[in-house]
Design a protein. Structure first.
Length: 277
């Protein structure tokens, strides 16, 4: 889905001490209003953002931990408005910056990092990530994508044209240029295609070490300074070398196959716990 603004509302609160306007804050505010309106309409229509007959799929990932993975395999990836589980608490100038509670967030590059963050919140759990095949039409921008270079360029054009060139950003562009996107109202279990359990603590420790190239790219990305392609093939190669890491192929469309995968994953998690001091 594409977010389009042709008339951005600006208030005195949006003005920074230097006289400039807080563009990111303006876009995020307008965007959240737009998302909530889209969600309200879908709920009134009793319909989903992920249509059963949709085509043009893309593989996306959600980082989580093994305390949550069995529930996701059974019920799909549900938003915070349903689970009441929040994995991110970011404060800025004393204010809690919360994501939209009816939206789940996915990535194509940073799932190992997100999995580690979530695993640290639950003692005795292991990092893991889940791969979904979802239609590109169901994606909406991650609100943090307004920090991207593409977003800045489009706002600049909007500003210079005095609104003649509407600001726009699609979910697919968010995923392509910022590597993250959102999906309102969650992802049904039938879209699950793989589950990776990351039980090798040494592998994760080395991957997320400050000296590792992966984490350096992540830091540049978080600061809006990423200027090169992120290749995960070396990460996956090292991941596969350890017997404590395992990737399961999952057919979420087939209930019997899904139930079988759930039991295999449950058994592997049990083995990891039994062999962890």
């Amino acid at each position: 889905m594409e977010f389009v603004l042709s008339n951005i509302m600006i208030t005195e609160k949006d003005q920074l001490p230097n006289g400039q306007f807080d563009v990111i804050n303006i876009l995020k505010r307008e965007y959240k209003t737009w998302v909530k309106r889209q969600i309200r309409l879908k709920k009134e229509q009793n319909s989903s953002f992920i249509e059963p007959t949709a085509k043009n799929m893309v593989r996306v990932y959600h980082g989580t931990n093994t305390a949550h993975v069995l529930d996701i395999l059974s019920n799909g990836l549900q938003p915070r408005s349903i689970t009441d589980i929040s994995n991110w608490e970011v404060f800025h100038e004393g204010e809690l910056l919360s994501s939209i509670d009816d939206v789940v967030y996915v990535t194509t590059k940073w799932h190992h990092y997100y999995a580690d963050v979530v695993a640290r919140k639950t003692e005795g759990s292991f990092p893991c990530y889940i791969g979904f095949d979802v239609p590109k039409s169901a994606l909406i921008p991650d609100e943090d994508a307004f920090h991207s270079k593409l977003s800045h360029e489009r706002y600049f054009k909007y500003h210079l044209s005095q609104g003649g060139v509407p600001f726009h950003l699609s979910g697919e562009e968010s995923l392509t240029h910022y590597f993250t996107a959102g999906i309102p109202l969650g992802i049904p279990a039938r879209h699950i295609r793989e589950v990776a359990i990351l039980g090798d603590k040494r592998f994760m420790r080395e991957l997320l070490s400050p000296s590792n190239h992966f984490i350096q790219l992540l830091e540049n990305w978080s600061e809006g300074k990423l200027a090169q392609e992120v290749k995960l093939s070396p990460v996956y190669k090292k991941q596969k070398k350890s017997q404590l890491n395992k990737t399961f192929s999952v057919n979420g469309k087939n209930p019997d196959s899904l139930a079988s995968s759930l039991q295999e994953i449950k058994a592997f998690i049990g083995m990891l716990k039994a062999n962890t001091p």
